[in-house]
Write a protein that binds this ligand. Structure first.
Ligand code: NDP
Ligand code: GDP
Length: 343
């Protein structure tokens, strides 16, 4: 008997890779939607050793007719909509494009499914960024939204339209409100990977220092392979619903910096204030980290911390990897890559 057919948009991304691996292990036929115009390669699928097991279809969330043909062709049982312009900072520079992909793109997917395959189960990759200027601590499924970037605003539309299609047309549509999740496959533009990659390069003399922005903001960082399992679990429940996926712990960027340098064998001391602050190697006195206004955002999300008790209660999901272990996993992976010239 053939396994279920899953379509994953954003197949080249971090979550697309881990989710593909999980679904392949569960016996799914996995189709990956690739926008083709993107510049990235299939390096993540290669790292996981699964690039030959996925059937790639060309599909861009900007093009409705393209989405219709893909859905007609493969008639999926489950659709995981992970594709997005996913970087908050870029959304301030490209608000229209971000909204077209992250908001209208979701609607295009839902409209197509409603028309062609209404019984397909649909997962929407929503985000803690929708809570933005947080209205309660910690954030749960009932916390009011207050997005602080075009990314967050567009994702909020994606979330609301997913709920609306579920309620209007009885579709099995779920929205996963996932807090930040990281891994050695995280994109280089995000602060965690920028740091762990930069630190590995500093260790091997390929880079002198790392330049970042706001060290004070706090994030609830989890481990991506555990988060994609929650996506799958949401679609296996008897009823569609929305769930927070988080660790319940918040740590600052400064803490991430300190832990990451420590795992690479550096002891960082801080000197100076605000934009003049520097992270200095205690042993050599060299400046290893500097601050630049370039990496600050017009509006910041100061803190995010999620309450995952609904997911725990409904399908027994809980985070396993602690913050310190996540940092160590990422630092070790980047040191191994740089040491073996795999970059
Ligand atoms: P990535 O940035 O790693 O991957 C996003 C993918 O979307 C990329 O493969 C990209 O293609 C693709 N994409 C971008 N624009 C389009 C388009 N117009 N049509 C089709 N595909 C497109 O993100 P993650 O894997 O980290 O995240 C997955 C999803 O979860 C995203 O929607 C993100 O916003 C959301 N999310 C992520 C969180 C996290 O911490 N990782 C937290 C909460 C939500 P290409 O490779 O060609 O550039
Ligand atoms: P986000 O939570 O989706 O915006 O994930 P990011 O990893 O892009 O940013 C997390 C936090 O790190 C935000 O508060 C940023 O302002 C902060 N930050 C500080 N320096 C940097 C940097 O150099 N790059 C990025 N991406 N974020 C930074």
């Amino acid at each position: 008997m053939m396994g279920k057919r899953a379509l994953i948009t954003g197949i080249r991304g971090q979550d697309g890779a881990y989710l593909s691996k999980l679904l392949l292990e569960k016996g799914y036929e996995v189709y990956g939607a690739d926008r083709r115009s993107g510049g990235s390669s299939f390096w993540r699928l290669k790292e996981l050793g699964i690039e030959k097991d996925i059937k790639i279809l060309y599909m861009d969330l900007l093009e409705l007719t393209n989405i219709m043909r893909v859905i007609e062709k493969m008639m999926p049982d489950e659709v995981y909509n992970l594709a997005a312009q996913s970087f908050v900072q870029v959304s301030f520079e490209q608000p229209c494009l971000t909204s077209d992909v992250n908001a209208m793109g979701v609607l295009r997917m839902l409209e197509t499914l409603r028309t062609i395959k209404p019984d397909a189960k649909f997962y929407q990759a929503s985000t803690s960024e929708m809570f933005g200027k947080v209205q309660a601590m910690p954030q749960n499924e009932k916390t009011p939204f207050y997005p602080r970037s075009p990314y967050g605003v567009a994702k909020l539309f994606g979330h609301c339209i997913t709920v609306n299609y579920r309620e209007s047309y009885n579709m099995f549509a779920c929205s996963g409100l996932l807090f930040n999740h990281e891994s050695p496959l995280r994109g280089f533009e995000f602060v965690t990977r920028k740091l762990t990659d930069g630190i590995a390069r500093i260790k091997y003399g390929l880079q002198e220092k790392i330049v970042v922005g706001n060290l004070a903001s706090k994030r609830d960082w989890g481990y991506a392979p555990e988060y994609v399992e929650a996506m799958w679990l949401m679609l296996q429940q008897p009823e569609p619903d929305d769930y927070i996926i988080a660790t319940g712990e918040a740590h600052s960027i400064r803490e991430f910096v300190e832990y990451a340098f420590r795992y690479a064998g550096f002891d960082i001391i801080w000197e100076g204030k605000d934009i003049e602050e520097k992270g200095i190697d205690k042993k050599t006195g060299k400046v290893l980290l500097e601050i630049s206004p370039e990496f600050f955002r017009p509006t910041e999300v100061d803190i995010l911390v999620g309450d995952y008790s609904k997911a725990k209660g409904k399908f027994d999901w809980q985070p396993k990897t602690k913050f310190e272990d996540l940092v160590r996993i990422m630092v070790e992976a980047d040191i191994e890559r740089v040491a073996n010239k795999r970059y």
